[in-house]
Design a binder for this molecule. Structure first.
Ligand code: URP
Ligand code: ZN
Ligand code: ZN
Ligand code: ZN
Length: 482
């Protein structure tokens, strides 16, 4: 059945423009943008007084992921419903692989987790644990046939996910040949392993020691090492979850030398700090991420890096574990606390509220960071990541006038706490469309479980206007402000 809509009178914002306009949608695709558009045969939707943003793209999620002897509390159903409530219409999740097993097995496993469950569109990044002959032989076909054009290498989590520098370098070389983007979790896992051993020998078992055994120097060192290896391989590199000034400095320095180094931070590193790990009792376990929360002064370095374009994206790193029964696995030994937290629903709104409403970034930078830059880096632009004729009608109708506070009482995840309990926010997604269909309408879920589509992505650099290492958002701001 043919479906037509006209979204009327919203303030339409992209990474480069802002205008009050109508948007016509036919069968999931934007067919016209302009004033007083013809509404013949179309459902009309009033967006006056609201921003209309491109749907958020979350480039970093872990849904239904086994980790630390347990499995995340949220899967592709609850996780993508929460994402949609929060203004995100596409996620790219990490497909974990097992050493010695075919990569295609892992991809089948990930399809089985997502297919029939996701309510928004999704793609996969693929983890490379060991770049042996079998893996290197398999990768080109996977990149081509599955459209998985980003590969993930962990430089930490020794004896679990960690790969060695040889694997990182070989993966970068292959990525250069095949047009893929290598992503790194940049921390020095060997040194962290020793520091954890020492802490436990000294009886230092509380959650705060998770942070103290992963100092920012080790994130800076690994970030710099990965950037140098990428430079040698002449390959682009994307550093996930950047938390600290030391890592920002390494990325800025590499970019100033013309290297194609890109970086992401996460809402938790912009709003929370290491003192959260010292909470009463075992509460600090709720705030155990790797890399860890840092001293509060690092937040300014992250905001400055987002504003200047040294960092391009915001990923949620959604990886939720219940406090009861899951985080509690680390009672008496911080190294057994499952790493990660619930962030997928709040990523978009935190960036708007802490970023735009507080004057740290403008509306165009917001759209770029929350959506457009990820679409360009991960081979989805201009199908996703913008509002343009021919693009998928993934849209967020956002009310900048709403004031609210985040709470576990209001989120739509299964996990039993909010990482941002009590955080005051300005602005809220009201309605969210994926390919022209409402998933959230007037703050109610109206989507269909399983309606999300798997996205085969283009190779790195093939999406038009790929970010150059020296570019940053530069259009001017106008219109309503929250
Ligand atoms: O603590 C975190 N970040 N958990 C998720 C896994 C990862 O390293 O991204
Ligand atoms: Zn990581
Ligand atoms: Zn992660
Ligand atoms: Zn701007």
């Amino acid at each position: 059945m043919k479906s037509s809509k006209v979204i009327q009178g919203g303030t339409v914002v992209t990474s480069g423009s802002i205008t009050v306009a109508d948007i016509r949608i036919e069968d999931g695709v934007i067919t016209a943008i302009g004033s007083q558009l013809d509404t013949t045969g179309a459902e009309t939707v009033d967006a006056a007084g609201l921003y209309v943003f491109p749907g958020g793209i979350d480039p970093h999620t872990h849904l239904d992921m086994p980790f630390g002897g347990t499995v995340t509390a949220d899967d592709f159903e609850s996780g993508t419903i929460a994402a949609a409530f929060g203004g995100t219409t596409t996620v790219i999740d990490f497909c974990l692989t097992e050493r010695g097993k075919p990569l295609t097995d892992a991809i089948s496993t990930w399809h089985a987790k997502a297919d029939g469950k996701a309510v928004i569109d999704y793609g996969f990044h693929l983890m490379v644990a060991e770049a042996g002959e079998a893996v290197l032989a398999e990768l080109p076909t996977i990149i081509e046939q599955e459209g998985i054009t980003s590969l993930k290498v962990f430089m930490a989590y020794k004896n679990v996910f960690q790969a060695d520098d040889g694997t990182l370098f070989r993966t970068l070389q292959l990525a250069r040949e095949e047009g893929a983007l290598v992503m790194v979790h940049a921390e020095n896992g060997d040194v962290i392993d020793r520091l954890i051993e020492e802490a436990l020998e000294n009886g230092q078992t509380e959650p705060i020691y998770h942070a103290l055994t992963r100092p920012p120097q080790l994130e800076g060192e690994a970030t710099g090492r990965a950037a140098e290896l990428a430079g040698l391989a002449d390959a682009p590199l994307y550093v996930v979850h950047v938390t600290c000034a030391q890592a920002v400095e390494r990325i800025a320095s590499a970019r100033s030398r013309g290297l194609r180094i890109y970086g992401e931070t996460c809402p938790q590193y912009l709003t929370l700090d290491v003192t959260a790990l010292e909470g009463p009792g075992f509460e600090g376990a709720k705030y155990v991420w790797s890399p860890p929360l840092r001293e509060a002064w690092h937040q300014k370095a992250l905001w400055d890096a987002l504003a200047s374009g040294t960092l391009q994206t915001l990923g949620s790193d959604q990886c939720s574990f219940n406090y009861k029964g899951q985080k509690e696995l680390g009672l008496g030994d911080f190294s057994k606390i499952p790493n990660g937290g619930p962030t997928i629903e709040d990523r978009f709104s935190i960036l708007y509220s802490e970023g735009v409403a507080k004057g740290r970034i403008d509306l165009h930078q917001f759209v770029n960071i929350v959506s457009t830059a990820s679409a360009k880096l991960f081979g989805l632009f201009p199908r996703k990541g913008t509002i343009a004729v021919g693009s998928d009608a993934d849209l967020v109708l956002f009310d900048p006038a709403v004031s609210r506070k985040l709470s576990v009482k209001d989120h739509h995840l299964r996990v039993d706490y909010s990482a941002f309990e009590g955080l005051p926010l300005q602005g809220e997604p009201v309605s969210v469309l994926v390919r022209g269909e409402f998933v959230i309408r007037d703050r109610e879920f109206v989507g269909t479980v399983g309606s999300g589509k798997y996205l085969k992505r283009e190779r790195f650099g093939q999406s038009s206007n790929i970010l150059s290492p020296h570019s940053s958002a530069s259009a001017s701001t106008g219109g309503i402000r929250g």
